[in-house]
Design a protein around this ligand. Structure first.
Ligand SMILES: N[C@@H](CCC(=O)N[C@@H](CS)C(=O)NCC(=O)O)C(=O)O
Length: 206
């Protein structure tokens, strides 16, 4: 019998969406438990003790085990599917883009989206305001790098869609929520549309 997969999530989060999109793309069922991060529901003693000591979602529960970090959880779900290349070079290249997403993309684009879209521009403290220009510059640099990489290629790794595309897609397609102008990155727009045309694609609010 296979273990039940339970996603601990806040469904407004792009990191949680990555895990849901991966699951539908490979035809796996996920049960879902919702938390409101705006109410600190991932910072309760119970959550910290029993789900993730790092106080964040998503967390994928596999039977009695817990996998925090969106890209690790997505990898667990996708392993053995068409989204994970078997060729060792392509496999490492997929990981390269997933690590890059966590270091160069998500901390800039997702964080700005959270500040502007979820907290709201009028509710930002001085430190956040101070950090905004740097994050905008770094976010645009990430989008440009993606646009350049997509020159004459359809997917981030090899010839086919992979988990790297899914992990990068989650926050790229909602970057306009943080006032990033995707019109400056036409190949990124085409790639977004390509992903949306995938047969098992689901939207973020699904
Ligand atoms: N690197 C982590 C980031 C997780 C993360 O920052 N989660 C946010 C929502 S997207 C969260 O749980 N925030 C609530 C909090 O920090 O209290 C991942 O990719 O899963």
């Amino acid at each position: 019998m296979t273990d039940r997969l339970l996603l601990h999530e806040d469904s407004t989060s792009g990191n949680c969406y990555k895990v849901r999109l991966t699951a539908t793309m490979v035809g796996k069922h996920l049960d879902r438990r919702e938390y409101d991060i705006m109410k600190g529901e991932t910072r309760t003693p119970d959550f910290l003790a029993n789900v993730n000591s790092n106080g964040r979602i998503p967390v994928l529960q596999v039977g009695d085990g817990f996998i925090p970090e969106s890209n690790a959880a997505s990898y667990y779900i996708a392993e053995g599917s068409h989204l994970v290349p078997t060729d060792p070079f392509d496999h490492a290249d997929m990981l390269h883009w997933m690590f890059w997403e966590q270091y160069n993309h998500e901390p800039n684009i997702a964080t700005l989206r959270f500040w502007m879209h979820s907290l709201g521009p009028d509710n930002l403290d001085d430190l956040k305001r101070l950090q905004m220009p740097g994050k905008r510059q770094a976010g645009n640099a990430a989008l440009k790098l993606m646009d350049d990489h997509l020159f004459e290629r359809e997917w981030f790794v090899g010839e086919n869609i992979s988990l790297a595309d899914i992990c990068l897609f989650a926050y790229t397609h909602v970057a306009p929520d943080a006032d990033f102008d995707l019109e400056r990155y036409p190949r990124v727009i085409e790639w977004i549309e390509r992903i949306k045309r995938q047969p098992r694609y689901i939207a973020m609010d699904t």
